[in-house]
Design a protein around this ligand. Structure first.
Ligand SMILES: C[S@@+](CC[C@H](N)C(=O)[O-])C[C@H]1O[C@@H](n2cnc3c(N)ncnc32)[C@H](O)[C@@H]1O
Length: 265
């Protein structure tokens, strides 16, 4: 079943097989409104995928965007914060460091996050279509922009080159954007083609069947090396530096995900 085919089911169902639904912005809106789901489920993750990992994820984000902890009084933008522990920890960090944090997500998702005077600003809507409104709400260019575990959904709804253009436009000189936790189907294939990958698959699924890796065929709707390199070149062409970074091995999906860092000189 595709989430896009049955939003009502996502909005009301007490039991959802999240691994089987194809989510997009509207699908997440429906999950956010479903009173039966945990915060992790509302952002599309079975609890086991995220529970207990958020501190390590935030530590990795801060290592890649050091100004979050090292500076004070900056402008931070979070595209697709969701409603689980990660944005709450980011709100706390921004309050401590006196940053202003612009949260960009659906109205349903934003309603689940705290409102803190002088810290949080909320801009509902689908990014990058609402990029002009985000810029207006932020009032000043972003010193740091975070978009974590969201790019593969933006790929479904929008043009990713428009996403890069809008991100570069939002950044202040010296500003950095971390587009994190991107599922890269090429990296996934490389990993599952190895014996370590096969052993991981056996342990994860409980199956003894070999996991077939299919090469040299189209992967519609999936991000691969070519898409990532294209996005890097787009950012470089717009005057930024761009880097593809690994995740620490302890993060839940490090063996098949990449992080993209865009830095405005
Ligand atoms: C998998 S969740 C990730 C949440 C959070 N960043 C985290 O890692 O805990 C994806 C989030 O992105 C939001 N989202 C998806 N597409 C978006 C878009 N085009 N603009 C803004 N938010 C979007 C969804 O509503 C959802 O809250």
């Amino acid at each position: 079943m595709s989430a896009r085919a049955d939003l009502d089911h996502l909005r009301r169902s007490q039991r959802l097989d999240l691994a089987a639904v194809e989510l997009d912005y509207e699908g997440f809106r429906a999950l956010a409104a479903n009173p039966h789901l945990s915060a992790h489920e509302k952002i599309g993750f079975p609890d086991a995928y995220r529970e207990g990992f958020e501190q390590a994820i935030l530590t990795d984000i801060c290592a890649k965007l050091p100004m979050l902890r090292e500076a004070e009084g900056r402008t931070v933008v979070d595209i697709g914060p969701g409603c689980a522990a990660l944005p709450r920890m980011l709100v706390d960090l921004c309050r401590d460091r006196r940053h202003r944090l612009v949260l960009v997500d659906s109205p349903e998702m934003l309603a689940l996050l705290p409102d803190i005077d002088g810290v949080t600003l909320k801009q509902p809507g689908l990014f990058p279509k609402n990029a002009a409104a985000v810029r207006e709400t932020a009032a000043s260019p972003a010193d740091a922009l975070i978009c974590y575990s969201v790019l593969h959904y933006i790929y479904i709804d929008s043009n990713l080159f428009d996403f890069v253009d809008a991100t570069v436009n939002l950044l202040a000189p010296g500003g950095q954007a971390l587009i994190g936790d991107i599922p890269n189907v090429s990296k996934r294939r490389r990993f599952f083609a190895t014996e370590r990958g096969q052993a991981f698959h056996r342990q994860f699924t409980g199956s003894t069947e070999p996991h077939e890796v299919r090469w040299a065929e189209p992967c519609p709707g999936k991000i691969d090396d070519a898409v990532l390199l294209g996005l890097m070149q787009r950012a470089q062409g717009a005057g930024c530096d761009a880097y593809l970074l690994p995740q620490p091995a302890g993060l839940p999906m490090a063996n098949r995900r990449d992080d993209l860092l865009i830095v405005k000189p």
